[in-house]
Write a protein that binds this ligand. Structure first.
Ligand code: ADP
Ligand code: MG
Length: 730
């Protein structure tokens, strides 16, 4: 009797209820498919198992035995070491009775992983220490516990026969080794696995069959086979994802009518560019071209506009919105925070001033946020409905019930990843809810404040067209970034002196802190404390302003206004100033506890300076209130090392991996088990291309040869395409 992928794991011989429960609760594995899709985390080069008497200094070796004892000590910093070192040593007894020693540096958790009585295999390089041979920081394979009757012989046998040993993500009560056994049984019992991809495609793409790939990923004969297997499985993950995205897009377009918002000769959009005090960059001009085509096309625009801080996305957005006005429609710009909404509202009015704003024959621009007063709000809503308002800037308040447009033509959504797709859809639906009741879908332009590596953008926003502003306008001031750790305490005072001298020249400084108020649990600077310290002790002769999210709007406005006008020279703030805020005279950005911020946040914050007020500086204070991890140092050094947002985004992606970079729910990033967008860039692009071709030819997978595509997409995104959408909206 054979089993099939959709059977429960208990269908496997030797798998009882207890193991099944552990698999389910610990790893979410219920079916045999789940089990064989629980891929190895890494592979240990097991090598031959040797006895202590056989190993040689400097050679790699695997030794197996029972942990007898532990001893640990701490070696203080010094002798070239910045930090103290934790040294833990275990004695391990082999079958021959000889005892070898294994040492771990800064891996104290090993003591808990390997309590006395644990049988494990240790693989590493043999070193000599005080005349005794030992393994330092070896790879560890926990095989089981002596008192639980682990079969050390069988374990040894497996290690001998499988040169590359798969190491699985595990949970308590399920050692990696147990998973090796379970997967073994499953692969033995399973008949050859059907392939959902046609042979012709496999041949064209140079892919291994699914059956071979599943077997080889678990039990690779060698590294190249493991790589080939991985490539096939990654291809599957990415292709189903891209097929799903393209399918959804095809569906949502199938029942929508686009609007012709194409630019008009001698319209306001054209006029706007004519009166600009500067020339658009090449990248901006290209964006106008792509957007113009979208706006005019019969299907609604669905485009992502990406660009680094300061690349001039706003200008492109304003131009697209004016195209709506030229077609006698309205446009909305939705942003994630009130500060940003106000900022954008001001920017829009400034940019459009030459065309006339809120005057007869001019362009009507309004602002709507949750702090808009009741009367004002009523007026704006009324004028939106009658079509008197041309452009509206707002927060999610734009999505509230009661906000209705006369004729919404273009929607721009800024800072995409803070919204998520639900809002995108929400504002789009507003269009259907218009006075005239036309069911046409507005053109949507999505902008991200944070550069996203292309591979990630194509995955996250697989159903959007992507335009990248890969060029900064001329005349940007260079920004010098410095990292200052606690060991360089005197540099803090020098910085303050520098801020004083810059302030005397009319320049301004931001000081950003991670917290509003002191926290019991997380060490770090609170903005309220820092404000007091700077205002009272450090800069008594300057005016220091304070802004954070918990202040009443009037106080926030007053602080921003004081800083913008120069009345205040120092602005102490939380990350509310992170996005969009534009004060050209601000040339110094100081970030306290910089280790508390992510790469893209630091980059965003830094982007607040260097906006035309002269040479600019960014100072990252790190390690003042907490110890710096290696990862934090890596992050901070990356930020100090370049001001290229795309390069930083790539670094971020490779340090953290996509899983952490964007929360799954928030980003809509589906469960990619093997794919690493950064490493698998080529496959991302290739599968997207393929999916586009397939869906363009056969939008609903109706052809017999595409039936398997449909099944596979639906299987991976349970419940169908709508659920797939739900996955993104979280
Ligand atoms: P982003 O929104 O991409 O961060 P902005 O649209 O705020 O960037 O533009 C940053 C600054 O550059 C603004 O002050 C804007 O007026 C200016 N700017 C935009 N495009 C150009 C250009 N082509 N030439 C010169 N300055 C520009
Ligand atoms: Mg259109």
């Amino acid at each position: 009797m054979t089993v099939s992928l959709d059977d429960r794991v208990t269908a496997l011989p030797g798998v009882g209820a207890k193991t099944a429960t552990r698999l389910r609760d610990g790893l979410g594995i219920t079916t045999i498919r789940d089990l064989v899709e629980h891929y190895p985390r890494r592979y240990a080069d097991a090598g031959e198992i040797l006895d202590l008497s056989e190993v040689q200094e400097g050679e790699p070796a695997t030794m197996l035995g029972e942990v007898l004892w532990w001893s640990s000590r701490r070696i203080p910093a010094g002798g070239g070491r910045k930090r103290p070192l934790d040294l833990a040593e275990a004695g391990v007894r082999q079958a021959s009775g000889s005892v070898f020693s294994v040492t771990f540096f800064n891996q104290r958790w090993r003591v808990h992983q390997l309590p006395p009585g644990t049988v494990a295999a240790f693989s590493g390089k043999v070193k000599s220490f005080r005349d005794a041979l030992q393994l330092a920081n070896p790879d560890v394979q926990v095989l089981g516990r002596i008192d639980a009757g682990v079969d050390a012989d069988r374990a040894a046998d497996r290690l001998e026969h499988q040169r590359l040993l798969s190491v699985y993500p595990t949970v308590d009560g399920l050692a990696s080794f147990k998973l090796n056994e379970l997967v073994d049984v499953a692969l033995d019992e399973l008949p050859p696995i059907d392939d959902w991809l046609p042979d012709t495609l496999l041949a064209e793409e140079g892919l291994m069959s699914l059956d071979e790939a599943i077997r080889a990923i678990h039990q690779p004969p060698d590294h190249p086979a493991r790589e080939t297997a991985r490539r096939r499985l990654v291809f599957d993950e990415l292709l189903t994802l891209q097929l799903g995205l393209q399918w959804r897009r095809a569906r949502s377009e199938a029942d929508t009518i686009g609007l012709d918002n194409g630019p008009r000769l001698e319209g306001r959009a054209a006029n706007f560019l004519d009166v600009l005090p500067f020339e658009p960059t090449r990248a901006q001009t290209e964006a106008f071209g792509a957007i113009a085509d979208d706006l005019a096309a019969a299907r609604p625009m669905h485009r992502l506009l990406q660009g680094d801080v300061g690349s001039g996305k706003t200008l492109v957005a304003v131009w697209a919105m004016l195209c709506a006005v030229d077609n006698r429609r309205q446009a909305a710009l939705m942003v994630p925070t009130e500060v940003l909404a106000e900022q954008h509202h001001r920017t829009l009015r400034d940019l459009l001033a030459p065309l006339g704003v809120n005057v007869l024959d001019g362009i009507r621009v309004e602002l709507l946020t949750s702090s808009t007063g009741t009367r004002e709000r009523r007026r704006i809503l009324g004028e939106l409905l009658t079509g008197q308002v041309d452009l509206i800037v707002g927060t999610h308040a734009l999505l509230e019930e009661g906000v209705r447009f006369a004729d919404l033509g273009v929607v721009v959504i800024d800072e995409q990843h803070r919204f998520g797709v639900s809002q995108r859809v929400g504002l789009k639906e507003k269009a259907a809810d218009t006075a005239t009741g036309t069911a046409a879908t507005p053109d949507v332009l999505v902008m991200t404040a944070t550069p996203i590596p292309r591979s990630l953008a194509l995955t996250l926003f697989g159903d959007l067209d992507v335009t990248v502003l890969d060029e900064l306008p001329p005349g940007r001031e260079p920004i010098t970034t410095q990292l200052i750790t606690r060991a360089e305490e005197d540099r803090r005072d020098k910085l303050y002196a520098f801020i004083r001298s810059e302030a005397a020249k009319g320049r301004r400084a931001y000081v950003v802190c991670p917290f509003v108020e002191p926290s019991e649990t997380l060490p770090g600077t609170a903005v309220v404390d820092e404000y007091r310290r700077l205002a009272e002790t450090v800069f008594p002769e300057l005016r220091v302003a304070l802004i954070h999210g918990r202040l009443p709007t009037a106080e926030k406005d007053a602080a921003m206004a004081a800083f913008r006008s120069g009345e205040a020279q120092v602005l102490v703030s939380t990350t509310v100033i992170e996005v969009g805020v534009d004060v050209p005279e601000a040339t110094i950005m100081v970030i306290e506890d910089a280790e508390r911020f992510g790469i893209s946040q630091l980059h965003q914050l830094r982007g607040r300076v260097g906006r035309g007020g002269g040479r600019s500086f960014c100072v990252l204070f790190a390690g003042w209130s907490s110890l710096l991890s290696d990862e934090a140092v890596e992050r901070l050094e990356a930020v100090a090392g370049t001001t290229d947002g795309f390069e930083l985004a790539e670094t971020d992606l490779s340090i953290r991996g996509e899983g952490q970079l964007f929360g799954r729910k928030q980003s809509g990033l589906p469960d990619l088990k093997l794919a690493r967008l950064q490493d698998d860039r080529e496959l991302v692009a290739r599968t997207r291309q393929l999916a586009r071709e397939i869906v363009a030819e056969d939008p609903d997978f109706a052809r017999p040869e595409h039936a398997a595509f449909r099944t596979e997409v639906l299987r991976r995104y349970e419940g169908g395409i709508d659920d797939f959408a739900a996955l993104e909206t979280g």
